[in-house]
Design a protein around this ligand. Structure first.
Ligand SMILES: *[C@@H]1O[C@H](CO)[C@@H](O)[C@H](O)[C@H]1NC(C)=O
Ligand SMILES: *[C@@H]1O[C@H](CO)[C@@H](O)[C@H](O)[C@H]1NC(C)=O
Ligand SMILES: *[C@@H]1O[C@H](CO)[C@@H](O)[C@H](O)[C@H]1NC(C)=O
Ligand SMILES: *[C@@H]1O[C@H](CO)[C@@H](O)[C@H](O)[C@H]1NC(C)=O
Ligand SMILES: *[C@@H]1O[C@H](CO)[C@@H](O)[C@H](O)[C@H]1NC(C)=O
Length: 273
């Protein structure tokens, strides 16, 4: 993966994008600067407690959402690890995120701190159950050869995975499809588990529809938001055994399946928070 040059773009100006790195992993902090807390406030204390409890409870199952304190100083937060990541790596990742939270967005009441294998999101507003849609995209600068075939297969694969993830307990799915006789497309999709199946579906569809804008013809890309995530590459990047989910039941009829190919020119996420 080190050989992949990644480009990152912030498409939702909810705050500023902070780029840094810690423990050798990339981190992207989306800081919501619209509301701040003051030093030594009740909010700050609640936030500190919440971050430490989320980062210790999430590794067991890969996800936790919780609140700390009472309105008006209540903090809402979630912590999540990528679905194929073992508990020990999840714990390390969230420890890094917890450390970086204060430094990444000092004084801001809300933020999302993204690492490669986990992310942490918190806010003074209740955001549980709602979709952020697309917030960040990154792409591999390498181009694919046969774009129409690639787009068709990738669209099908992502549609299939979206249906599987939305209806699965862990809101997570991975898959592989043959692109050429010697090249495959590997993809992973995931939602935070506070999302209902339909909302997970909506979140991932928003990200899929952003691919033509950010990442057309690219060999790999990530489209990332505080409540869902997708990534695809022409090289393996996830752990297939850990990623194996129990066989999914047939998708519920309420889940739309007509998501392919992603339309060009849809609004990415402007105006969403
Ligand atoms: C919050 O703090 C940031 C600095 O981190 C500042 O840029 C921003 O203007 C502040 N927002 C408000 C609403 O005071
Ligand atoms: C916050 O508390 C720390 C440690 O008790 C103290 O050093 C600092 O001056 C306080 N800051 C403010 C703004 O009150
Ligand atoms: C986590 O999110 C779910 C779904 O929105 C919500 O019903 C639940 O109360 C949240 N859990 C906590 C501990 O706040
Ligand atoms: C991929 O295609 C773009 C646009 O056609 C071009 O600017 C870029 O140099 C290509 N990248 C590589 C690695 O060939
Ligand atoms: C998508 O799912 C359908 C139905 O299960 C299957 O026939 C098709 O091969 C899948 N396509 C990809 C690219 O995974």
């Amino acid at each position: 993966m080190a050989s992949f040059l990644l480009v990152c773009s912030l498409i939702l100006m909810m705050g500023s994008l902070f780029l840094g790195s810690a423990a050798g992993e990339p981190i992207y902090s989306l800081c919501n600067k619209k509301t701040n807390y003051t030093s030594n406030s009740t909010y700050q204390a609640n936030l500190g407690r919440l971050i430490s409890s989320l980062s210790s409870s999430a590794p067991a199952t890969g996800f936790a959402n919780d609140t700390a304190g009472e309105v008006p100083d209540r903090v809402y937060g979630l912590a999540i690890c990528r679905g194929d990541v073992a508990a020990s790596r999840c714990r390390d990742c969230l420890a890094g995120v917890a450390r970086d939270a204060a430094a990444g967005c000092p004084g801001n009441k809300g933020a999302t701190i993204f690492y490669e294998f986990c992310h942490l999101r918190y806010s003074g507003q209740n955001f549980f159950g709602s979709s952020t849609g697309t917030e960040i995209s990154m792409w591999n600068t390498g181009n694919v050869s046969d774009v129409p075939t690639f787009d068709r297969l990738l669209g099908e694969l992502l549609d299939n995975l979206t249906i599987r993830a939305s209806s699965s307990e862990r809101r997570f799915a991975t898959g592989v499809v043959d692109f050429t006789s010697f090249q495959k497309i590997y993809a992973l999709v995931q939602c935070t588990r506070d999302l209902a199946p339909e909302t997970c579906n909506t979140c991932l569809m928003d990200e899929i529809s952003y691919i033509p804008q950010c990442c057309e013809a690219k060999k790999g890309a990530r489209v990332i938001g505080g409540s869902c995530y997708l990534r695809y590459e022409v090289a393996p990047f996830f752990n297939p055994s850990a990623a194996a989910d129990p066989p999914a039941p047939p998708p519920p009829p309420s889940v739309p399946a007509n998501m392919s190919p992603p339309p060009v020119g849809t609004t990415a996420a402007a105006g969403k928070s």
